[in-house]
Design a protein around this ligand. Structure first.
Ligand SMILES: Cc1ncc(COP(=O)(O)O)c(C=O)c1O
Length: 413
């Protein structure tokens, strides 16, 4: 696939850094001597050893070279052995069907997402976006003043036929086709939907037909409650059309700020150049902690950890759903999230929930996000609320819904 045609003029002007390139080569050269880089001397740092204790009691220790690595600048693409490990993990998880793919470690997946938008979108370009969608994505897009093409979802996720209709109409009207679609396919934020298998396949076919890229933002993949893991777009991709974002935020730690972009090598090269001049690289300390963890655990323990996370969120989801059922039947409608962290609640009888969420709830110490946050046009009236079951305790969840019931009733009547 010709990746170059998707790149913005800003991206085309990006140049690789000789200093960063040689820093990487130095690390790869046994017994190399570097007078090249302005690397601080790690002997001057106040750390002798860093030890972490995992929940199963096993300890991971960073000393010597590993400690120096964690405290030092590293390659912009990511710590070399970790990059190798992550490539192996992606092969295990997604079996990419073409050879020219690679990965890049980023400071959380939002970092990768922003860099992808900058790589692909010129000011005012059309972009297709699953709606409603995570506020962070909408705000990342806003500076590009895009022609925002909404792709709505039902309980099976976004609807490929709407994409076909939009593309056909644009061809008919002589308008440029969008270069990219943003999709949050598994346990979507805020709706909790999982894009069905048949729609994933159809959407990939449509992307090939109308020649656009798929940005697969999949931070809730592990947090899905189906019997069978859905096929990823990366798995379906045969030609480098998919840019996949993975995040460690929901499965290891949000504070570790690590994400991974998996995409065609040509895209990864450009994104890495962007990394060289912005973050320089994702945190070396975080990468070393992740590397240590993956090495200590191995595949089986990782799977076990993922299963535990799934069980945890499924239980929390069920607790929230039964609380909603108890307190809001007749007042609201809601989905049963198939994954992720959120219930998308439609309040009957209220045209707009902003005052309810911003005044009535907050004055009672209850924080719930009004649906406006997930629309590109924030002035649109909204009768949805997003309730997160990830963080509050079961007692707190029930307390909120017990409070919420009379607040809502008094607001409506
Ligand atoms: C859909 C979606 N994408 C991206 C992110 C951000 O992930 P990260 O912490 O890896 O930047 C979030 C966080 O809530 C999210 O819901």
């Amino acid at each position: 696939m010709d990746c170059a045609k998707f790149l913005t003029s800003v991206t085309k002007r990006r140049k690789p850094s000789i200093i960063r390139e040689w820093a990487k080569r130095f690390i790869e050269t046994p017994n190399g001597i570097s007078l090249a880089n302005g690397m601080p001397n790690t002997k001057t740092f106040p750390f002798e050893e860093i030890t972490v204790t995992y929940k199963n009691g096993i300890k991971g220790k960073l000393t010597g070279d590993e400690l120096s690595y964690a405290l030092q600048y590293g390659p912009s693409q990511g710590c070399i052995p970790l990059v190798k490990k992550m490539r192996e993990l992606q092969i295990h998880l997604h079996k990419p069907a073409y050879n020219d793919w690679d990965i890049l470690f980023t400071s959380g997946s939002m970092d990768g997402c922003n860099k992808i938008f900058e790589m692909i979108l010129e000011l005012g370009d059309p972009v297709m976006v699953q709606v409603p969608t995570y506020n962070g994505i909408l705000n990342a897009l806003a500076p590009f003043a895009p022609e925002f093409l909404e792709i709505p979802q039902d309980h099976n996720g976004i609807i490929p036929e709407i994409i076909i209709k939009i593309c056909k109409e644009r061809i008919r009207d002589g308008k440029p086709l969008p270069k990219i679609i943003y999709v949050n396919p598994t346990g979507a934020n805020p709706t909790g939907t999982v894009l069905s298998e048949s729609r994933r396949k159809k959407l990939y076919e449509v992307a090939v037909t109308y020649d656009f890229l798929i940005l697969e933002d999949d931070p809730y993949r592990v947090l899905q409650f189906l019997d069978k893991k859905p096929t990823t777009f990366l798995e379906l991709d045969t030609e480098g059309r998919v840019l996949r974002l993975d995040s460690f935020s929901k499965i290891l730690s949000a504070g570790i700020r690590l994400g991974v972009v998996t995409a065609h090598k040509e895209f990864i090269k450009k994104l890495t150049m962007h990394m060289e001049t912005t973050n320089i690289h994702a945190s070396s300390m975080s990468q070393m902690l992740l590397f240590k963890l993956l090495n200590t655990w191995g595949q089986d323990q990782l799977e076990q950890h993922f299963n535990e996370i799934q069980r945890f969120y499924r239980e929390r989801r069920d607790i929230m759903l039964s609380s909603i059922e108890k307190h809001l039947s007749g007042l609201a409608e809601w989905n049963v999230p198939q994954g992720g962290m959120f219930v998308w609640l439609k309040i009957n009888e209220i045209k707009d929930v902003m005052e309810l969420a911003s005044k009535k709830c907050i004055s009672q110490g209850i924080f719930i996000i009004p649906g406006h946050a997930f629309n590109y046009d924030k002035s649109k009236l909204e009768h949805h609320l997003r309730l997160s079951y990830s963080y509050a305790t079961p007692t707190e969840i029930d307390k909120v819904l017990t409070f919420f019931d009379p607040i809502l009733t008094s607001f409506i009547y």
